[in-house]
Ligand binder design. Sequence first.
Ligand code: GDP
Length: 295
Amino acid sequence: MFDNLSDKLDKALHVLKGHGSITEVNVAETLKEVRRALLDADVNFKTAKEFTNTVKEKALGQNVLTTLQPGQLMVKLVKDELTELMGGETAGINLSGAPTVILMSGLQGSGKTTFSGKLANYLKTKKTKKPLLVACDIYRPAAINQLHVVGDQIGVEVYSEPENKNPVQIAQNAIAHAKQNGFNVVIVDTAGRLAIDEAMMTEIANVHKAINPQETLFVVDAMTGQDAVNTAKAFNDRLNFDGVVLTKLDGDTRGGAAISIKSVVDKPIKFIGTGEKMDAIDVFHPARMADRILG
Ligand code: GDP
């Protein structure tokens, strides 16, 4: 994973590792390579530039040039800064509320339905919760069926009203159903479109307003690179979501989305999806991700 970025950073930093003594020019040149590697991995320009400027300032501030192992110090600085850029600490999920209501948002194909199932499974097994999945896609009957299949796989009940064309009502009825039947987490899967669309945004904003969720998660396909950042921004402008789920990190994907999204929308990445199976879910660890990116 992230071989491109990691290899390039490795090469860039190798220049420093190999030098007994280095100059300010070496630092600048290495950081130029680091910046190029970040840009190649689809990190947006502003983020990459700010990143390298910060590392440079810190490097010079810590007298990296006069230390015995300047290369190692630089590697540490780059890693620490990359970790910070992705949020520093692991961000938790808010499980308050009776029941906790979690709203899933994102484009069609991002992995929303799959992730809804994974999250239900995760909460059930790791946090001993009793989740209810809710199918709120009123356009694609196949989407409702898909959630039922997922629910069957993990043994979690799925609430749906195939005849009802009002997603706000479905979500509200589902919460009432949860309260009456002892479910303490309600995960609402919503309709997505292939691209940002005003009708979809208005619909999910209405559902959001009506059910006032504890957590609104934005699901995005990590393979979509710079587009992931633009989509995140559009959804965040409407929903002011609480966290990001980065899916398909098992694929031949670039690391750019993970790095840029946090800095552009200033919301933490909370979970990652690493496969199609129901247990392919992980809490997002910024430091671990930085390690993986840098190799
Ligand atoms: P939705 O339209 O947003 O609900 O997206 P789906 O949940 O239907 O996912 C779209 C496709 O991506 C499906 O074929 C999923 O199996 C696949 N998918 C979802 N998450 C992951 C992931 O983390 N890794 C991989 N490799 N595939 C995923």
